[in-house]
Ligand binder design. Structure first.
Ligand code: SF4
Ligand code: SF4
Length: 374
């Protein structure tokens, strides 16, 4: 049986989060895992330099609640580490820690500045033989994954599984998009990264989640919840349901089910929450279209249209500040900056939406158009 703990967590006040973490960890009996001298690594979602109230990154007070819980039980070697979008170097990490508020942890945990990685072999049966994993995760005795619940233009949702993609160093992530441009292959790679790094516990910050054009350009969506589980796959299945997303419409969950990585009938949801009153999340533009059609026509017409219409990034020139972050993260390197504006051709685009994910000005929308690049 896989226990998924779901608790009302009304706000980001420290006492609210301290209580939520204590209740989750009691429900999952985490205290018995702790050993003297253990190296613990906390893996938040630090996608890019976003403030806590923008709902794109894990709230720092939730990470602090976890650190306090660990320290109260004698843990001393605690590192906070993620590989955000863009180059994996100390200057980028410093900016992201500062803007996301994670630097409140300084003094009670180590903020990672080691930008090395190790090649970690994959378990038997995986398609990949190994992954490059950032040092603090590769070297940890115990991993606590703290994801942010969001919609996602490429993977439909981002929870615990997708958060482990941040174990891959910096610009090696766009390379993975290029290597696995198909939805199913990319989903399989995400499952294999999560299975290789294998977090001991995953918490999901869904106090303020994100809907619409996540993971970076969407809108804040209040849920007032946190989730925790030892089983990241079952937990994302439950989280998708809470978002009003059919789990089998999420490629990584559909594939995880097919591979037998979890079973819905073995999930036990515990805590103080009922789903009553939760409205479905708005999906990213890349995942919805033909919304003007009546429900009974959407399925068949969507399938037919998807054969001809491809979701592609579309630039709002008025918003673009010419920073070049999209070009830096584009796996096939097709984006150019000219006259302080991004130039995004259709030809060669693999519809990964890394450009939209990193754009600080929210200048990139997704539209369906005839895929000349197909
Ligand atoms: S589209 Fe966004 S990321 Fe790209 S150059 Fe313009 S502002 Fe920067
Ligand atoms: S233009 Fe954007 S969506 Fe297309 S391949 Fe580059 S990063 Fe991906």
């Amino acid at each position: 049986m896989s226990t998924v703990s779901v608790r009302k967590t009304e706000d980001y006040r420290q006492d609210t989060l301290d209580l939520a973490v204590a209740n989750h960890f009691d429900a999952l009996q985490i205290e018995k895992d702790l050993r003297p001298g253990m190296k613990v690594t906390i893996k938040p979602n630090l996608l890019t330099a976003r403030r806590p109230n923008q709902a794109a990154t894990t709230h720092p007070n939730l990470a602090l609640a976890v650190v306090k819980w660990l320290r109260d039980r004698g843990a001393e070697d605690i590192t906070v580490a993620d590989s955000p979008a863009g180059p994996y170097h100390a200057a980028n990490l410093r900016t992201v820690y500062g803007v996301s508020g994670m630097n409140i942890l300084e003094g009670c945990a180590r903020l990672n500045y080691d930008t090395g990685w190790k090649e970690i072999p994959c378990p038997e049966g995986f398609r990949n033989r190994c992954f490059n994993i950032i040092n603090p995760l590769a070297d940890a005795d115990y991993i606590i994954n703290i994801a942010k619940l969001k919609t996602h233009s490429l993977t439909t949702m981002s929870g615990g599984i997708k958060n482990m993609f941040g174990s891959i160093p910096g610009l090696q992530k766009p390379e993975m998009h290029y290597k696995y441009p198909g939805q199913e292959d990319f989903a399989n790679m995400l499952l294999e990264v999560a299975g290789t790094v294998s977090p001991d516990i995953t918490l999901i910050d869904a106090v303020e989640a994100m809907e619409g054009n996540g993971p970076n350009s969407g809108d804040r969506r209040y849920m007032g919840l946190t989730l925790a589980s030892r089983d990241v796959f079952s937990q994302d299945y439950v989280a998708a349901g809470l978002m009003g997303i059919e789990p089998e419409s999420v490629p990584m969950l559909k594939l995880a089910l097919a591979k037998g990585l979890f079973s819905p009938s073995d999930i036990c949801v515990t805590g103080d929450f009922t789903q009553n009153g939760l409205k479905p999340f708005r999906l990213p533009d890349s995942k919805k279209f033909l919304g003007f059609l009546p429900d009974f026509m959407r399925g068949p017409v969507s399938k037919a249209a998807a054969l001809f219409l491809k979701p592609l990034p579309n630039l709002d020139e008025g918003k673009c500040i010419g920073c070049g972050k999209c070009a830096e993260s584009c796996p096939p390197h097709i984006i150019r900056i000219a006259d302080k504006k991004a130039r995004i051709p259709k030809k060669g685009c693999i519809s990964c939406f890394c450009c939209q994910e990193v754009c600080p000005a929210h200048a990139i929308e997704v539209r369906r158009s005839l895929g000349k690049s197909l």
